[in-house]
Ligand binder design. Structure first.
Ligand code: GLY
Length: 357
């Protein structure tokens, strides 16, 4: 499959393509520069990716800003470093920022692109599975504050997204599994995404787990395309997360709490989302929103991808405290997305007493 995925955000001049291919990485620079035409640009790239692919990408060294890896780097200081460089290079409103890396680079460089001169062009080149299936598309860009993840940010759609599967070959196991966390999420929310095609994504993933874990490119291509089709169906209906888009946070409220409790050092984002999904399935079962059969089916599906539930990892009061600090808390109430039937989820108030009985 080689066709592009189109994203058309209504009431905005925001129409862009997600290009997915397996071409040599050496081709990427020219593909992107063809898209930019005559416009000037700056590449913001992850140090890890630069070490592995800097030569193949072959951008002029004076057009590159290298940023260290890790969630802790998604901070105001690196954001300012990007802004300083954009200003130093005299980039105008017509210029582009090309973000090459995982979610940290995409989110932070995206936020810089959205604020420098009130917004310049943004090209996302996601190099991790997680950024391919989630963060590079949909326009959420942000940096973290000392206290909270993604606390300062905006909604800013890219001008184009270029996904090259070859980057996934060198992804370490932990990062690959992190991406799987977000992929599995789509299997549980598929029917609530209001997409016209029924991919039966749960069954597809279940049957092909081995090939996916082995990183067979045909299957990676397919799971990225399905995940993105579902995400695009959601964000084109609700770009600013006033309703439907909240379902993309399935597993995230508890997941973010885990990431914050451990100062972003114990879990990758996707892994935290996985524990968040185990947690919310247990919760939904306790509240009789789902039956034991669906819960068991969901657990063995997640387990199949190399995960295992670890209930009671942290003190419940600590977890609740961090769940309250989530920026999606509404009127002092924690809101969670819960499973209600295979493929279906809904939003509801979180009952911390029932959750930890
Ligand atoms: N990662 C969730 C969203 O884009 O809304």
């Amino acid at each position: 499959m080689n066709s592009d995925i189109q994203v058309n955000i209504p009431n905005k001049e925001s129409h862009y393509s997600i290009h997915i291919n397996q071409e040599p990485i050496e081709n990427l620079k020219n593909t992107i520069l063809d898209f930019l035409g005559e416009q000037n640009y700056l590449v913001v790239i992850s140090k890890k990716v630069y070490k592995l692919y800097g030569k193949s990408l072959n951008f002029d060294s004076n057009k590159i800003l290298i940023i260290n890896d890790g969630e802790k780097e998604k901070n105001i200081y690196n954001y300012l470093k990007i802004i300083d460089r954009l200003e130093k290079e005299n980039l105008t409103r017509k210029s582009y920022l090309i973000a090459i890396g995982g979610g940290v680079i995409g989110d932070m460089a995206g936020f810089a692109a959205s604020t420098y001169r009130r917004g310049i062009g943004l090209i996302q080149v996601p190099t991790t599975l997680l950024s391919c299936v989630d963060s590079s598309v949909g326009g959420k860009v942000a940096i973290n504050t000392k206290k909270s993840k993604n606390m300062v940010g905006s909604f800013y759609q890219p001008s184009a997204v270029f996904i090259n599967l070859n980057f996934l070959n060198t992804l370490d196991e932990k990062q690959f599994k992190s991406g799987l966390g977000e992929v599995l999420k789509y299997a549980f929310i598929e029917k609530s995404c209001m997409n016209v095609i029924d991919y039966k994504f749960f069954d597809f993933l279940n049957v092909n787990a081995e090939k996916i874990i082995a990183r067979d490119f045909n299957f990676l291509d397919k799971i990225i395309r399905i995940s993105l089709a579902l995400k695009v169906a959601v964000v084109t209906k609700d770009e600013k997360e006033s309703g439907l888009r909240k379902i993309l946070n399935f597993g995230h409220t508890y997941g973010h709490a885990l990431e914050e409790i451990t100062d972003f050092s114990a879990f990758t984002h996707g892994e935290a989302v996985i524990y968040g999904m185990y947690f919310i399935f247990n919760y939904a079962h306790r509240l009789q929103l789902i039956d034991a059969n669906y819960k068991e089916k969901a657990f063995s599906f997640i387990d199949k991808f190399g995960f295992k539930d670890k209930p009671n990892m942290f003190n419940k009061d600590k977890i609740i405290k961090y769940m309250y600090s989530d920026k999606k808390v509404d009127n002092e109430k924690i809101k969670v997305i819960v499973p209600v039937a295979p493929g279906f989820v809904k939003e509801m108030d979180f009952d911390s007493i029932k959750a930890f009985k």
